[in-house]
Design a protein around this ligand. Sequence first.
Ligand SMILES: *Cc1c(COP(=O)(O)O)cnc(C)c1O
Length: 358
Amino acid sequence: MTDDRAERAAAFRPMRLRLSRTALLSNWRWIASLSDSAACGAAVKADGYGLGARKVVEVLANAGCRDFFVATWAEAADIADIAPPASISVLHGIRPADMAMATALSAVARPVLNTLEQVNLWADQGGGRSCDVMIDTGINRLGLSPDDASRLPQAALSVDILMTHLASADADLAQNDQQLACFRSVAGGIAHRRASIANSAGALLGSAYHADLMRPGLALYGGVPRTEARGHIGQVATPQAEVLQVRRISAGQPVGYNATWVAPHDVDIATINLGYADGYLRAFSDAGMAYVGGATAPVVGRVSMDLVTLALPAGHAIRAGDWVDLAYELPSAAAVSGLSQYELLTGLGQRFDRYWVD
Ligand SMILES: *Cc1c(COP(=O)(O)O)cnc(C)c1O
């Protein structure tokens, strides 16, 4: 779709994602303030955790954020033209098929090399351009093992960010200190410009973990990865949906597929234009909540693909065409649904009209 057509279509969308620039900025600034010396970047992979990477990058870049992390080269290409010039690290590294894109984006983006194969490919075909390197210090997922790292052809590489990723920063496990010690011993032997360890939760583990550059994602978007962040992180994304129909049902009548909820008394049911196809998953069935006017309305019955049913409070004035906000404060929405705060964000679908306020 052209931008024009996309804009006109958005006006007809019966569901919106309200996004707060102020909250995004204040979350980023709060994480940044945790360290006196480390810079604060931003993980914007998965389309800015579902919020829309371009806008997230624009807002944070204007505030002085310079280092952005994406998973793939396609994601790098999506944000590469945004001013002021940013530094984009592609976490999944480089495959032969990515080389043309990496060359085209070389002014702003570079790979995070994860294997000796990637290292050799970059040393061969990277044209001497700088790269980042990921050391796997114990998550055993992606990155050079300490052993591989000792075989790095350092003369052939110009390493900007040397990084590792914590497996359990959201918990108080000995694994955090073990990974830190492992990273320090490996980093001592590899020339690099900047070291980076902390994701959102890692930033809360204290200055030992801040290194030169922090890489938060979740907390920027309203996630609370550890209790230390409670009260400091604001909600960024609020799903909103239009009411399609309000019906009065009598005590004893069921609602939704498989009649999982039966009205205990006469009640008005509002059916709203949102469903699991939009990332509002069935885990919210008989568990989620919406704000209607100044009151709350529980989700009753199963969440359907495109519809959710709410039990309206007595005395409400809700009618078809009204809009409701879904309760989506991430820690509590995660507790209620059993989904992770990450899943709650990244699952938000393409039918939302994403709009920024403040
Ligand atoms: C996703 C990611 C981050 C950000 O993690 P959060 O937990 O969302 O703060 C940082 N570094 C790497 C390597 C990542 O993959």
